[in-house]
Design a protein around this ligand. Sequence first.
Ligand code: NAD
Length: 447
Amino acid sequence: IFDADAPTPRISVLGTGYLGATHAVAMAQLGMEVVGVDTDPNKVAALQAGKVPFYEPGLPELLEEQLATGRLRFTTDVAEAVAWADVHFVCVGTPQTKTSHAADLRFVEAATTAIAENLSHDALIVGKSTVPVGTGARLRSLVASKARKDVRVELVWNPEFLREGKAVADTLHPDRIVMGGTTPESEALLRRVYATPIAEGSPVVVCDLPTAELVKVSANAFLATKISFINAIASVCEAADADVTVLADALGHDVRIGRQFLDAGLGFGGGCLPKDIRALMHRANELGAHQASALLQQVDEINMGQRGRVIELALEACGGSVLNRRVGVLGAAFKPHTDDVRDSPALNVAAALHLRGAQVTVYDPQAGDTARASFPTLGYATSADEAVEGADVVLVLTEWDEFVGAEPARLASLTQNANVIDARGKLDPQRWQQAGWSFRGLGRTAA
Ligand code: NAD
């Protein structure tokens, strides 16, 4: 498989969550034979039946198409999949540990062990999961101790940068392809796997293993810092009667800065940014890079503080207490175009108000089911109208188009008190005020 003229490699993808399912389907779309492996039999059964177990635009159609070609299948049988394939992508989760900021590497270790123990011929193991720097080197020793001595096996890191909601396009047309810790042969093999996106112009960065691991977490740390930066400035804007939205537009015209990730508001959440900056904080401290850790600690604190700020605004809107008040919450997902509620700021705020005695009703266009599974004690509505019905205060916590484009006058007529808190800075204050709403945003003065 490491020979330039070897046949097209067969692909296994271990872990078929948001990352792995998309990656498996995309690899089949690029023309390779692919098996997706997961320890969760329900996930495997759903995918094999053509159903994506989460919301990701465009993925269901592509899954169906690729299953029909016969190039793509899913299994729980890791031994069979590993014996069959040549290139093994590790796409399992790396959540935050329960008791510290460190990443939990149990799944990555288990998947890598399973690959190593079942190898029957030469193979390339490609880590895609987001891991603390140094993980790849440890996994190499693990593989060396578990794999048969008569097979050639290399382990490299090829971190993934896809965005939920745009996962298919990001996988098929990545902004960059990072290959860490390759030999000339494994680099050539990975270049064959990614031949199409490379031919279409995706830049390739070849580097050592630790650099590849760090590129990923640094990218997320930078994005998180940008969001916390604008939120810090938003608090200055509020105190100085300035408008952070206008300020962000003006900043964004500078190409060195750029407008993206400069929306002041409720801050970041999801299955990646929070746990990735915490894992980097932890790892940086272990490595003695305390200033990097302190910087990220501030980023995290500013971010979490935004949730408290929105809760305060809701309390103020209700005259100091939300006890027995009706709170309509628009948005549960951590961002639009996904049903992912992992560490969702929206749900966090909704749950906090519930704990203070409010009657909270949540509506999200896609994340109703995942939200209910995580926070079953909150009330759930099947439409925005139903969520705001009789509300004392309405909180817009995820910037779905449906909420940004909503008709404020009609919504106002459904509420008890037309109080809105725009926690994402996407509503037009004048439009809402003209429709009779009392409007509060972050980084904007009270109307
Ligand atoms: P996820 O929780 O959606 O999926 C992980 C999957 O791995 C689950 O289906 C789980 O059952 C499976 N799994 C666990 N142990 C396994 C094993 N030993 N063998 C086979 N399967 C196993 O997580 P995700 O969001 O897809 O993230 C996976 C990794 O990708 C994480 O490291 C994450 O940081 C990284 N990542 C995620 C995104 C994203 O947008 N979700 C983007 C870039 C990178």
